[in-house]
Design a protein around this ligand. Structure first.
Ligand SMILES: Nc1ncnc2c1ncn2[C@@H]1O[C@H](COP(=O)(O)OP(=O)(O)O)[C@@H](O)[C@H]1O
Ligand SMILES: [Mg+2]
Length: 214
């Protein structure tokens, strides 16, 4: 059965976007705890991943040995993972009244595969729409940090590079510009956060913006 999403309340479906090391996971953990204290049942989704099948696809996507993966294979894998996530988790949990926080969602595909890898943006849009059944978050927090600043944080954290993170600063600059374009096109959904502030002031800002939104 195909999913019907027209009657689903998206108010409690939110997402976080931004390049790696922008602080998404840090803020999501804080927000999750905050919302749970308020009495919400909260479910955090990690993209790509979040279901058994999607996690297996994630392993393929992030394997550093897969240098030969074509850009189209990459977008279809991300999208296949997303179809499973939307049908198995997002839609049923929203219907059960959960607050859903997505650690990356469809905007990442547009930014990375569209703007970053250079796939045709109209094709990306159609694939995204098919993969999500048209279900979008009601609000998206964009953690803004430049590729240079992100690189600095990565060096400080002492982490190695996975296949995507090894892609280089030019790639990240295109992704960064792609996010800017996305925000320009959908100013009502995005909330742009200066991700270079302290963890705590960002958390406070996000709570303020979310409370205004709800
Ligand atoms: N506001 C902040 N200021 C300084 N460092 C931060 C901040 N937020 C997160 N970090 C650090 O940056 C790194 C990446 O954070 P993380 O939340 O994992 O980012 P993402 O999930 O976007 O990749 C971690 O080492 C984290 O401790
Ligand atoms: Mg993260």
């Amino acid at each position: 059965m195909e999913q019907k999403i027209a009657d689903i309340d998206r108010q409690h479906f939110i997402s976080f976007e931004g390049i790696d090391y922008s602080g998404k996971t840090t803020q999501i953990n804080l927000l999750q705890a905050f919302l749970q204290k308020k009495g919400y049942s909260v479910y955090v989704l990690r993209e790509p991943g979040g279901t058994v099948i999607s996690e297996k696809i994630r392993d393929i996507l992030l394997d550093r040995n897969h240098h030969e993966m074509s850009e189209r294979a990459e977008i279809f894998l991300y999208s296949a993972a997303r179809v499973q996530l939307v049908s198995e988790k997002i839609i049923p949990l929203l219907k059960e009244g959960y607050f859903i926080i997505a650690d990356r969602y469809v905007d990442s595909t547009t930014a990375y595969q569209g703007y970053g890898r250079g796939l045709d943006l109209e094709m990306v849009k159609q694939i995204n729409s098919a993969a999500t059944f048209g279900l979008m978050p009601s609000i998206t927090f964009y953690m803004e940090i430049t590729p240079e600043q992100a690189q600095q944080r990565r060096l400080e954290s002492g982490a190695g590079a996975d296949r995507l993170e090894g892609a280089g600063i030019d790639f990240y600059q295109r992704v960064f510009n792609g996010y800017k374009e996305l925000i320009r096109k959908e100013p009502d959904r995005f909330r742009v956060i200066n991700a270079m502030q302290s963890v705590n002031s960002i958390h406070k800002k996000i709570i303020d913006l979310l409370e205004d939104h709800l």
